[in-house]
Design a protein around this ligand. Structure first.
Ligand code: PLP
Length: 342
């Protein structure tokens, strides 16, 4: 276990040793580029073991590309994409979604990062009116950017609702493994089985060096994606180095073990800080993130010892697959001491 003074983000962590080994051992020979290699074939097979045969899966370098290119493939420039105000898509993709898809991003306020039927309903308007953007996709993040996890029923209700309006459900699953671990369900049960159409499947935040996948659960939706990926500059020439990681990631429950550990560490931190006076946890700790409000003056004091993000009085503490238990307990202790002025 690597020790690290860090609760900034799960992608501040390094690479899982098994993934590193996979990269190393796929580095021995010459092989065909652009996905024609044996590693990519085997990785796609792994995806099919988890999600069923009738899918199309494409590898890209990063999560932003998975989201944007996946969405571009299923929209036209006159469409709108509905997402939470807090969505990575809206806040941290530098208007890439708008730029690449040409679509309007319709952003919806939430209290906990989750969209609901009631919250999206007022924005599904103007269908058939040539003066208005035509709503096409609802995009949710699972787990949300606020660390909360949609139940399978919540996702299914949303999927049924959007399908009734001839729209699609996209899931930004940069941390989908953490959601599956939290819900104690298989990956397919929280995605395909509950009506998700397109999934951005994350690897980087859960122990991979780099690499994400776009998974289409309906083959009609994936048509021409290979061209969109190339135009989007995400067709990896040495694709084997993404594929070999996914093969190992999706074998022997590595994806689950890593995610479960990250979630467990967040729970442990929560248990050890929840009673602190002057600290209020603001969101349910469903996965690997904790959001809390603490007196503002303590944020910079804590940040001198541990890296993490703070927004005004609210802090975000994230755990990863290699967060150590001792680190968590030590951090909790320091939070306790700092807030009590010791
Ligand atoms: C929810 C979510 N989606 C997508 C991404 C994008 O990932 P990347 O930084 O690899 O483009 C992130 C990264 O922080 C994220 O948190």
């Amino acid at each position: 276990m690597i020790l690290h003074n860090e609760f900034g983000s799960d992608n501040h962590s390094g690479v899982h040793p098994d993934i590193m080994k996979a990269i190393e051992s796929s580095n021995k020979d010459y092989t065909i580029a652009y996905g024609g290699d044996k590693y990519t074939k085997r990785a796609i097979k792994k995806f099919k073991e988890h999600f069923g045969n009738n899918i199309e899966v494409f590898f890209v370098y990063n999560g932003t590309a998975a989201n944007i290119l996946g969405l571009k493939n299923v929209t036209d420039s006159y469409n709108s994409i509905l997402c939470a105000e807090t969505a990575h898509l809206n806040v941290h993709e530098c208007c890439g979604p708008e730029n690449f898809t040409g679509c309007k991003l319709t952003t919806i306020p939430t209290l906990d990062g989750k969209l609901t039927i009631d919250s999206i309903k007022p924005f599904i308007v103007g269908i058939g009116d040539e003066h208005m953007a035509q709503p096409k996709v609802v995009s949710i993040t699972q787990p949300t950017e606020l660390g909360t996890v949609y139940t399978s029923k919540e996702v299914k209700d949303l999927a049924d609702f959007v399908h009734k309006h001839e729209m699609l459900l996209h899931v930004d699953g940069a941390r989908i493994s953490n959601a599956a671990a939290s819900l104690k369900k298989k990956l397919i049960e929280i995605t395909r089985d509950v009506g998700v159409d397109v999934l951005s499947f994350g690897g980087t935040k859960n122990g991979m060096m780099f690499g994400e996948a776009v998974v289409f659960f309906n083959k009609n939706l994936s048509k021409n994606f290979e061209y969109i990926r190339k135009q989007g500059m995400q067709l990896a020439s040495k694709m084997r180095f993404i594929s070999c990681q996914f093969e190992v990631f999706l074998s022997n429950d590595l994806w689950l073990k890593n995610a479960q550990h990250a979630n467990n560490m967040a729970k442990l931190l929560y248990e050890n800080i929840k009673e602190i006076t002057d600290l209020k946890v603001t969101q349910k700790v469903d996965a690997n993130a904790i959001f809390a409000i603490i007196p503002k003056k303590f944020i910079s004091i804590l940040q001198k010892k541990y890296y993490f993000h703070g927004y005004n009085s609210e802090v975000r503490w994230m755990c990863s697959f290699n967060t150590g238990e001792e680190d968590v307990l030590c951090f909790a202790n320091i939070i306790k001491k700092t807030l009590s002025g010791k």
